[in-house]
Design a protein around this ligand. Structure first.
Ligand code: FES
Length: 170
């Protein structure tokens, strides 16, 4: 399904939607597409007869919405109590520095996105980060680079495999 088809499908679930449907509509769009694109804002604006500025205003007020697609590797940093006690703030700082993005943003190359989450149920491994659902426990600011590098290497490998396949198809 194309991006706009996904948005249309959500809008169809809210016939005669009014302003008070805005948040649930945005939530559903984000669940289906991973983010709120400019196209989604425009389509919702047309449907609800609301200016796009109003939609951005509401969506940015609730910081559950993201405006960039998720990266190939989605990094979640647990900021629950156990992880906090074991130093997750410093881990988060290092990720921000190393990726050069803020939480809820995606790196320019589309490789990584960053999100702060509450307890992800692995307190025994605190502090924990999860990358595409894969847990890394006992992380420290010092081993963040190594973890990220392993995903960078994986992305490169995937890329060369794709290139090789494309060459074969020619
Ligand atoms: S507090 Fe981080 S996994 Fe529970």
């Amino acid at each position: 399904m194309s991006h706009s088809d996904e948005i249309t499908a959500v809008l169809k679930e809210h016939p005669q939607a009014r302003r008070d449907s805005l948040i649930p509509i945005l939530q559903q769009i984000q669940d289906r597409t991973g983010f709120i694109s400019p196209q989604a804002v425009q389509m919702v604006s047309d449907e609800l007869s609301l200016p796009t500025s109003k939609i951005y205003g509401v969506a940015t007020f609730y910081n559950q919405f993201r405006f960039q697609p998720l990266g190939k590797f989605h990094v979640q940093v647990c900021r629950g109590t156990a992880c906090h006690v074991k130093g997750s703030a410093a881990v988060l700082d290092m990720l921000i520095r190393e990726l050069n993005i803020k939480p809820d943003e995606t790196t320019r190359d589309g490789l990584f996105s960053l999100e702060i989450v509450a307890c992800i149920g692995a307190c025994g491994l605190a502090p924990v980060i999860s990358v595409n659902g894969e847990f890394h426990g006992g992380v420290t600011p010092d081993n963040i680079k190594k973890i990220l590098d392993s995903y960078r290497a994986q992305a490169q490998k995937d890329q060369s495999q794709n290139d090789a396949q494309e060459d074969k198809a020619k």
